[in-house]
Ligand binder design. Structure first.
Ligand code: ADP
Ligand code: ADP
Length: 229
């Protein structure tokens, strides 16, 4: 069965007494260990859909079943717990803490767990080695290139060993060559570690690296396009 099963999902914002229907009737199945690209014009609802799947926002209607749990039914505290153990986040502008080293940034999500200090250290080192930054652990973000900062962010997303990785325009701030390196890494997370990856992107070249792409148009999913590689 699919790891993520979305049915009749909707999201409506109210602003000044007016309803803004951002997502309507979205049905989507995502398989375990799938690398999915979510495309569509600016304002079509991509980030909103990603945020709903990642449990950082609540739907107005419909269901989001992830490994059998309908996260639409969880309260804020349950959702926060669920997120901490199930989802890794990657952002366009990395969102690293400037006053923390690469090591400390990657360690952050583990401070919420009951791992010991030495267990945390082992996990952080393994994650940074996976993204080939084992030799940069004591560097601060401003001592790293954009691509290296994004790799630190990927290590931070990985360190809790989540099933699901969500990435919102992960290559949006990178040049072509560096973007390809980041996409190689995402590909590796999917192939070697079996992660399910959902990536929002405007970039057709980035989307082509995914196993499947879906398009949103004005809050509605348009038929899927398969990709041959
Ligand atoms: P995309 O990621 O495709 O650019 P978004 O999901 O960010 O689209 O936004 C879709 C629409 O929802 C936009 O019109 C945006 O202005 C609106 N929107 C997003 N978040 C909010 C919010 N918190 N309150 C009101 N409107 C919002
Ligand atoms: P993107 O297009 O990359 O998704 P946006 O600037 O549309 O970025 O949205 C960034 C965040 O700001 C969204 O996740 C949403 O929560 C919030 N947001 C977007 N549009 C609005 C809006 N019209 N009113 C309030 N919040 C908004």
């Amino acid at each position: 069965p699919p790891v993520i099963r979305i049915r009749n999902l909707s999201k409506t914002y109210y602003r000044g007494g007016q309803a803004i229907h951002v997502l309507e009737g979205v049905d989507l199945d995502i398989d375990h260990s799938e690398f999915l690209a979510l495309m569509g014009p600016s304002g079509s609802g991509k980030s909103t859909l990603l945020n709903l799947i990642a449990g950082i926002d609540k739907p107005s209607g419909g269901t989001i079943e992830i490994r059998g749990v309908n996260i639409a039914n969880l309260n804020e505290a349950q959702l926060a717990d669920w997120r901490a153990s199930n989802v890794g986040f990657i952002f366009q502008f990395y969102n690293l803490m400037p006053v923390l080293t690469a090591f400390e940034n990657v360690e952050l999500p583990l401070l919420l767990t009951n791992l010991t200090r030495s267990q945390r250290k082992a996990h952080v080192q393994a994650a940074l080695e996976m993204v080939k930054l084992g030799d940069r652990m004591d560097h601060y973000p401003n001592e790293l290139s954009g691509g290296q900062q994004q790799r630190v962010a990927i290590a931070r997303a990985l360190v809790t060993d989540p099933t699901l990785i969500v990435a919102d325009e992960p290559t949006g701030d990178l040049d072509r060559h560096t973007a390809e390196e980041v996409l190689d890494l995402l590909d590796q997370l999917q192939r070697d570690l079996g992660k399910t990856i959902i990536m929002v992107t405007h970039d057709p070249k980035a989307a082509a690296r995914a196993g499947r792409m879906v398009h949103l148009e004005k809050g509605v999913l348009v038929p899927e396009v398969g990709i041959d590689d």
